[in-house]
Design a protein around this ligand. Structure first.
Ligand SMILES: [Zn+2]
Length: 113
């Protein structure tokens, strides 16, 4: 389960950021997780509960936003919805679609006190 190491990195980053800003603890964290990123939000939540104890984020609330897959079709020259990595363009059916969204795992923001 690679979600465990991802979550450990997230906790590390937010705790370090909180420390650098002189915060006493982290209140909440918002993550963006792309639908095509091969990261399972439920697994992330599970791992979050496992790794936050004893850190500044001990009682922080975690919110996960799912970001839909999106690509740029080189043949149509338009932005199209992507249901899978390297998926076909829904307009022309070709596969020259560059993924522009849906691949991310990022910390959108966090609240500290
Ligand atoms: Zn197309």
């Amino acid at each position: 389960m690679h979600e465990m190491s991802l979550m450990e990195s997230v906790i590390e980053i937010i705790c370090e950021t909180a420390r650098l800003n002189g915060a006493r603890r982290v209140k909440s964290v918002r993550l963006d997780v792309g639908a095509l990123s091969h990261v399972d939000p439920d697994a992330l939540l599970f791992c979050y509960d496992a790794v936050r104890h004893g850190t500044l984020a001990d009682r922080a609330r975690l919110e996960i936003s799912r970001i839909a897959g999106e690509g740029w079709c080189l043949d149509c020259g338009t932005t199209v919805a992507l249901k899978e990595r390297f998926g076909a363009c829904p307009h022309c059916g070709r596969h020259r679609v560059q993924m522009t969204a849906g691949d991310e795992l990022k910390i959108r923001d966090m609240e500290v006190i």
